[in-house]
Design a protein around this ligand. Structure first.
Ligand SMILES: Nc1ncnc2c1ncn2[C@@H]1O[C@H](COP(=O)(O)OP(=O)(O)OP(=O)(O)O)[C@@H](O)[C@H]1O
Length: 255
């Protein structure tokens, strides 16, 4: 595990219940600042629940979960953390620019702030390469373009931490590659920390660090290189399967 001092996210014994089930069990991990950390694991392992906990929208969270030095969900984190959920949260009957104008006005209201908002919207449009589609109706955009509008909304507050829940799901390989290039650009140029979930293992290779999850637990917290070396695997998918087999064998021997 990395040195946790100054981490963007720090979890100690993090446990989350949903309904009558414990879906995250005693997690300990740290997400370093300024890097892209991938949250990977099969469907249902708890990735969205963990992200909802980080942005402060999840109930029944116990243990420690600090985000940018404050307890997750703290009021001062509102503009410092950007969150993109799995389904694009934009108004399809508004243009791209109207969507951004609306969310910018929610974040930074008042007539006196109008010029500042216009600048923020222009920057976000530029960041996600949608300047040429600014006046298109959101409902007429492709899936990849719509994902980029959601990302632009999340970038409006110039967040220090971006939490992206499966942003590339359903996209073709070219669009996925373009989006990953954009994440790296944002991490470098905007000095943002990115926590991004996926269940596509080849995306793991694009991250600086990985949290590999299974059944509400963290199987590994390391760099892709270190994971491959430690498990003597060719790629992260093989490393993940190796760690799953190891965890199963441990469970069997404990019975
Ligand atoms: N509202 C709820 N009440 C009870 N259990 C829930 C609720 N929502 C999700 N769960 C359960 O919590 C577990 C974790 O779900 P979560 O959505 O966090 O997984 P995930 O890894 O993000 O999955 P996916 O990749 O399919 O989005 C699952 O077993 C799911 O069935």
């Amino acid at each position: 595990m990395m040195n946790s001092s100054g981490a963007a996210i720090l979890a100690r014994d993090l446990t989350v219940r949903r309904g009558d089930r414990t879906v995250l069990r005693g997690l300990d991990f740290a997400v370093p600042r300024g890097q892209i950390t991938g949250l990977l694991g099969p469907s249902g392992c708890g990735k969205s629940t963990l992200m909802r906990s980080v942005v402060g929208t999840q109930a029944q969270v116990t243990g420690t979960l600090d985000v940018l030095g404050h307890p997750a969900g703290h009021a001062t984190l509102r503009s410092r953390v950007g969150y993109v959920t799995q389904s694009p949260s934009v108004y399809e009957d508004l243009t791209v620019r109207q969507n951004l104008d609306y969310f910018a006005a929610v974040l930074d209201p008042g007539r006196a702030r109008r010029a500042a908002r216009e600048e923020t919207v222009a920057r976000a449009l530029n960041d996600v390469a949608l300047v040429s589609h600014a006046d298109s109706l959101a409902g007429r955009l492709s899936g990849g373009q719509l994902n980029r509008v959601s990302l632009a909304v999340a970038l409006l507050g110039a967040p220090e931490l971006l939490v992206l829940d499966e942003p590339t799901v359903g996209l073709d390989p070219v669009l996925r590659r373009d989006l990953w290039e954009l994440f790296h650009w944002i991490a470098t140029q905007r000095a943002a920390t990115i926590l991004v979930s996926s269940h596509v293992m080849d995306e793991a290779e694009r991250c600086h660090r990985l949290l590999l999850m299974r059944d509400g637990e963290i199987l590994a917290d390391d760099t892709p290189d270190a994971l491959r070396t430690r498990t003597d695997s060719e790629n992260v998918e093989q490393a993940f399967l190796h760690l799953v087999d190891e965890a199963n064998a441990l469970q069997e021997s404990a019975r």
